[in-house]
Design a protein around this ligand. Structure first.
Ligand SMILES: [Zn+2]
Length: 292
C-alpha cells in the first residue's frame, strides 16, 4: 500500500478544509439547502452593494438606505417608516437580523425591474430579494401632499421588512404563499391594511394548495393568490392563535416542510387545513372586517 505524503502545506489546508466541510454537512441537523442559503444570500448582498456603490447613503439605527439624488427629499421619510416597521415586525416574529438592513431606493419602475430582471407587469412599490429591500421611489406612486404617516400606513415597509426578517429566521425554508400571507398579516395587524380588489373575493373558485405551493408567481390572478395567502395565515392566527403561528414558523426554521409544520402544530393534515381556511375565509373575509 502506498502512503500518501503531503508536502505542500497549502494542499494540506485544502484537505483539512474539505474534511471540515464534510463533517459539518454530515452532522448538520438542517437540510443542506438551508445551510447553503445564507451564503447565497450573502453573495447576493455583495452584488447589490457593489452595483449601488455610486448611490448616496443614509444610515439609521437598523437600516442603511441607498438612494439617488432624485430621492434626497424622500430619504428622511423612508428612514422614519423603516424604523417604524422595525419594532412591530421584530416583535411579531420574535427575531431581529444581526446587521443593518440594506434598502435601495430606485428612482423609477424601470430601475426596479432591472435590479431583478423582471419581465412582467410588476406594479410593486417594493421587493424583498436576496437579503435586501428595494423600494420604488415614493415620487412614483405617493400623492403630492401625502404625509409621513400616509407613507408608513400605505407604503411597503412593514410588508417587505416582514419578508426579510422571516427569510433570515428560516433561511428560505418556506413556500412563497406563506411569506406573502405572513407579510400581509403583519401589515393588517400593524397598519390595518388589506389588499382588496374586484377580483379577489374569496367566495368563488379558489386556487388549490398545490397551485399556491408550486406556481405562485405564475398564477394569472395575483390579487386572488395574495388574498388566499392572507386568509390561510389569518385562519391560523385567529382560529388557533399567534402562539401556533409562531410554532409553525419555528418548525420551518428547524427545517421541516410546510405541510409537516401544519400537521404538527395544528393537528390536521394539509388537505383539511386547505378546506378549513377556505370555509373560514368565506365567512370572515368577504367584507372589510374589523381588526380583532
Ligand atoms: Zn410580498
Amino acid at each position: 500500500m502506498r502512503n500518501i505524503t503531503i508536502h505542500d502545506p497549502s494542499m494540506l489546508t485544502v484537505i483539512i478544509g474539505l474534511v471540515f466541510v464534510a463533517l459539518l454537512i454530515l452532522t448538520m441537523p438542517l437540510r443542506p439547502r438551508m445551510w447553503v442559503y445564507p451564503l447565497a444570500r450573502q453573495a447576493a448582498q455583495i452584488k447589490v452593494n457593489y452595483e449601488s456603490r455610486d448611490m448616496s447613503v443614509y444610515e439609521t439605527e437598523h437600516f442603511k438606505i441607498k438612494y439617488t439624488q432624485a430621492d434626497a427629499d424622500t430619504v428622511d421619510m423612508i428612514a422614519e417608516a423603516a424604523e417604524a416597521a422595525y419594532i412591530p415586525v421584530t416583535h411579531e416574529l420574535n427575531y431581529a437580523p444581526q446587521s443593518k438592513t440594506l434598502i435601495l431606493v430606485q428612482p423609477n419602475k424601470n430601475e426596479l425591474r432591472q435590479a431583478f430582471g423582471w419581465s412582467g407587469n410588476e406594479s410593486a412599490m417594493g421587493v424583498y430579494w436576496g437579503g435586501s429591500i428595494q423600494l420604488l421611489s415614493p415620487h412614483a406612486w405617493l400623492n403630492n401632499g401625502a404625509t409621513v404617516e400616509d407613507f408608513i400606513h400605505s407604503g411597503p415597509m412593514v410588508h417587505e421588512y416582514t419578508h426579510l426578517v422571516f427569510d433570515y429566521l428560516t433561511n428560505g425554508n418556506y413556500p412563497r404563499w406563506f411569506t406573502e400571507g405572513l407579510a400581509q398579516y403583519i401589515e393588517y395587524r400593524v397598519n390595518d391594511y388589506e389588499w382588496q380588489t374586484a377580483t379577489n373575493k374569496l367566495d368563488g373558485k379558489l386556487y388549490t394548495m398545490a397551485e399556491l405551493d408550486g406556481n405562485f408567481d405564475n398564477l394569472p390572478n395575483q390579487s386572488l393568490a395574495y388574498r388566499q395567502s392572507l386568509a390561510a395565515v389569518r385562519y391560523i392566527a385567529e382560529v388557533y392563535g399567534d402562539d401556533e403561528l409562531r410554532e409553525i414558523i419555528n418548525t420551518l426554521k428547524a427545517g421541516q416542510s410546510m405541510d409537516k409544520a401544519i400537521q404538527k402544530t395544528l393537528g390536521i393534515d394539509y388537505a383539511t387545513f386547505a378546506h378549513s381556511w377556505q370555509q373560514w375565509a368565506v365567512i370572515h373575509m368577504n367584507s372589510h372586517t374589523q381588526k380583532h
